[in-house]
Design a protein around this ligand. Structure first.
Ligand code: HEM
Length: 811
């Protein structure tokens, strides 16, 4: 018989030889009522004696009286705990010191390593052999086990079966909403202590950093749907604070469609693909959505935002984020104020235009995912400032709108946004599934210092997230999945359930207890989470009731405020979006109902949309639920315009195409690319094909992309080449002309050397704006022109040149 080769596994440690307890100690509960007496050398006897002493130290439950009455309720006292004389009474087993390579030793005192940094679960297979999930080395990963070369595959092939079984179960249900998303790690840094308002850990000290994981998402589409759908974007931030996880689960739009969680399933059923044929994917432009929202006038304010360019962001890094609901801050004294959260991107708030979004969804459905990934890989870390609107209950009473109504904003002119910190995303996940797919956000995850308002939409959310995650992530222990585990210690008496990871030491999993010295004990008001006792006055309605507060009935004032606060070009985009969406409906009555609703927002808007839909006569305005809404405090809020938020990052992370073809002035092009890269932009040389392009002076340069694989609408700006040969080649290439035409149509900046003007002429692009003035987005550039490149960069930093726009487009 051949000798088996020596195992490559590391030498095993010899198991520790544990101390064997005397036979009497081996009795368990059904054993003698009295433990073995006295021998201090016998661990079983010592354990019994120490447990007895521990239990006797708590002759009654001393905290019981404190469970009663309002005063105790708002200021719960810490639980009582007794330090055990040794670690013995807390042990599950006397044999715990018998360590092996697998068991390790005794649990560290007061520890829970399942919350340690993610390093503990990172896996690197460099230099490792292939094994099964049981760690058995796999000799052959190419063939299943057969009875003879051409014979049947054998059931005993556990290697094949394990591989297929695992594969068969690799997918988990996608999120019921927000299925399509992308995530990243980073940190939040506090500017100044915010302790006058809140004791929440992230806001305690200037400069304090708190790790975060952020997931951005679309709402309607399935997991594999396009990134650039017209849709709300999720903006969910998990703060791993040292007092537990706080999830700020927000959107890129500060209001929502509905006011009460009771309507959320209806909203989602209406907007998702229609159930009979599962179309359209990731789009609201269909009958059921508009049928629902036109019967729900409280949606109108949100519709204005969703029909604006906010719903087609340029990038996740250029979106604002909002907590939407009113929350509460609570300070050390238990005083509370209301707060609304705002994230403002340092890169400015920038959007796509609709024609561009539609085309990108075909050429690069991962446009936003790729952009986020590439910004972080290239060190252009996306950054946001967190701002808060803080206001009191008395302020709230005075407002013309109800702060519990998620369809309302608080205009910044009424309550300014105070900057309190910044968030930087500086690390991509190692594994999409383990981190981005398995992360579980929940509005119920708050920490001491943050609390809820009575917003009835928020109340439903507090329930819904954990509930859905139990089925999405397969049981109640998904908080132990590494991305979800807090960095704060976790100790409680929850046990068991599917896929439990923690191995708890000891026999106590209840509270109160004396057998574990009262541990883990209740934290009490000073350290623990206490719900704010304050309530907005319930007035005369002390009984149970299914109805909304009166101010919720004002459905149009803030829709009008939003529309009136937009610049003309933004208003034009809103009208065009309504026109597009409503033009897709097959039921004219729904279309008319929506236009009737728009008449309550703005007559000019309703007229424009109606004209675009070929409606010769305007329908009567929809009846209003509230005939005389309160006078609004603010009728125009410039802060609501996208154009009010250019950002401070210039051309950093902008995708800039440098067109090239054989005969290009390569030295110039490479110098331009280098200068743009120096400013943090992402220059890409785009040619008729990828790879080698012959330069005019005989050298070769490498194209990063082709006109075919990265069309013009994927770039923020374009540099046209110098070199007669290249220009002549591009002037007869339809893809190059499309490239330039789309750059122009979408309002982008083009750097145009005199010789390359022919490309504009061929593409039918006028040099002047419709009013005859110079087009600021067509930057003349000649020779080595550093000045031209500077002017180009300034024009690119403006993001877009909407002055060029006409409806329909001229080009
Ligand atoms: C009653 C109203 C709402 C209900 C019942 C609800 C429910 C849900 C559910 C069940 C999920 C899937 C969670 C998962 O599988 O992990 C989800 C995801 C999400 N919801 Fe809501 N939602 C509501 C309103 C809102 C509002 C108003 C916002 C914004 C302020 C919002 C933001 C999000 C975000 C950002 C996600 C994705 C989280 C992630 O990236 O994993 N939802 N929602």
């Amino acid at each position: 018989m051949a000798k088996s080769p020596k195992s490559a596994a590391p030498a095993r440690a010899t198991p520790a030889r544990g101390r064997t307890a005397p036979a009497a100690a081996h009795h368990t509960d059904s054993g003698p009522a009295q433990g073995p007496a006295g021998d201090p050398a016998d661990p079983a006897a010592r354990q019994k004696a120490e447990v007895q002493a521990l239990a006797a130290g708590m002759p009654s439950n001393p905290t019981k009286p404190d469970e009663h009455g309002f005063v105790n309720g708002v200021a719960p006292k810490p639980g009582v705990s007794i330090a055990p004389p040794s670690r013995l009474p807390g042990a599950s087993t006397l044999s715990e010191a018998n360590a092996s390579e697998k068991t390790g030793g005794v649990a560290p005192e007061g520890g829970n390593p399942t919350v340690a940094p993610l390093d503990r679960v990172r896996v690197d297979s460099t230099g490792q052999r292939l094994t099964t999930n049981q760690g058995v080395p796999i000799a052959d990963n190419q063939n299943s086990l057969k009875y003879g070369l051409r014979g049947p595959v054998l059931l005993e092939d556990f290697i094949l079966r394990e591989k297929l079984t695992h594969f068969d179960h690799e997918r988990i249900p996608e999120r019921i909403v927000h299925a399509r998303g992308s995530g990243a790690h980073g940190f939040f840094e506090c500017y100044e202590p915010l302790t006058q308002y809140t004791k929440a850990a992230p806001f305690r000290e200037a400069g304090k950093t708190t790790p975060v994981f952020v997931r951005f998402s679309t709402v309607q589409g399935e997991r594999g749907s396009k990134d650039t759908a017209r849709d709300v974007r999720g903006f969910a931030v998990k703060f791993y604070t040292d007092e537990g996880n706080w999830d700020l689960v927000g959107n890129n739009i500060p209001v929502f469609f509905i006011q009460d969680a009771m309507k959320f399933p209806d909203l989602v059923h209406a907007v998702k693909p229609e159930p009979h044929h599962a179309m359209p994917q990731a789009a609201s432009a269909h009958d059921t959505f508009w049928d629902f929202v036109s019967l729900m006038p409280e949606s109108t304010h949100m519709l204005m935002w969703v029909m604006s360019d906010r719903a087609i962001p340029r990038s996740y890094a250029t979106m604002q984020g909002f907590g939407v609901h009113s929350y509460r801050f609570v300070n050390e004294d238990g005083d509370s104020v209301f707060v609304k959260f705002h994230w403002s991107p340092k890169a400015g708030t920038h959007s796509l235009v609709w024609d561009e979004a539609v085309k990108i969804s075909g050429a690069d459905p991962d446009y936003h995912r790729r952009d986020l990934w590439e910004r972080i890989e290239s060190g252009n870390y996306p950054e946001w400032e967190l701002g808060v609107q803080v206001f009191t209950e008395e302020d709230a009473e005075r407002f013309s709108f109800d702060i519990l109504d998620a369809t309302k904003i608080i205009p910044e002119e009424l309550v300014p946004v105070q900057p309190v910190g910044r968030m930087v995303l500086n690390r991509n996940p190692d594994n999409f599934f383990a981190e981005t797919e398995q992360v579980a956000f929940c509005t119920a995850h708050v920490v001491p210092g943050i609390d809820f308002s009575n917003d009835p939409l928020l109340a439903g959310r507090i329930h819904s997230y954990v509930d859905t995650q139990i089925s999405r992530l397969g049981g109640p222990n998904f908080h132990e999945i590494p991305i979800n585990a807090p960095i704060a210690p976790v100790h409680n008496n929850q046990r068991d359930g599917m896929h439990r990871q923690a191995i708890h030491r000891g026999r106590v999993s209840y509270e109160p207890n004396s057998l574990a010295g009262g541990c883990p004990f209740q934290a009490g008001a000073v350290q623990g989470f206490v719900s704010v006792p304050a309530r907005i006055a319930a007035k005369e309605e002390q009984g149970k009731v299914r109805a909304k507060p009166e101010k919720f009935a004002d459905h149009y004032t803030q829709a009008t405020l939003f529309y009136e606060s937009q610049t003309p070009v933004e208003q034009a985009h809103i009208a065009a979006a309504f026109r597009f969406e409503l033009s897709k409906l097959t039921v004219p009555a729904v279309r008319e109902r929506m236009v009737a609703s728009l008449r309550n927002v703005s007559e000019p808007l309703a007229r424009q949309v109606a004209a675009g839909l070929g409606m010769r006569e305007l329908p009567e305005p929809l009846p209003r639920a509230l005939a005389k809404p309160a006078k609004p405090e603010v009728r125009n809020s410039p802060a609501l315009s996208l154009l009010a938020r250019p950002g401070e990052m210039g051309i950093r992370a902008r995708m800039i195409a440098l067109l090239a073809a054989d005969g290009v002035d390569g030295a110039l092009l490479q110098a331009q690319a280098a200068a743009l890269a120096d400013q943090g932009a992402a220059p890409r040389i785009v040619g008729p094909h990828v790879g080698g392009i012959a330069e005019a002076d005989g050298g070769m340069l490498q194209a990063d992309a082709s006109l075919e694989n990265e069309p013009g609408f994927l770039f923020d700006a374009v540099v046209l080449p110098q070199g007669q040969g290249a220009i002549a080649a591009l002037a007869t290439n339809g893809l190059a002309l499309e490239f330039v035409k789309e750059q122009y149509r979408h309002g982008k900046t083009l750097l145009v050397p005199a010789d390359a003007r022919v490309l504009l002429e061929q593409a039918g692009i006028p040099w002047e704006l419709p009013d005859g003035s110079a087009d600021p987005g067509l930057v003349p550039g000649d020779g080595n022109g550093e000045t031209a490149l500077k002017a180009f960069a300034q024009a690119v930093a403006r993001h877009r040149h909407p002055e060029r726009e006409t409806d329909p487009p001229r080009v």
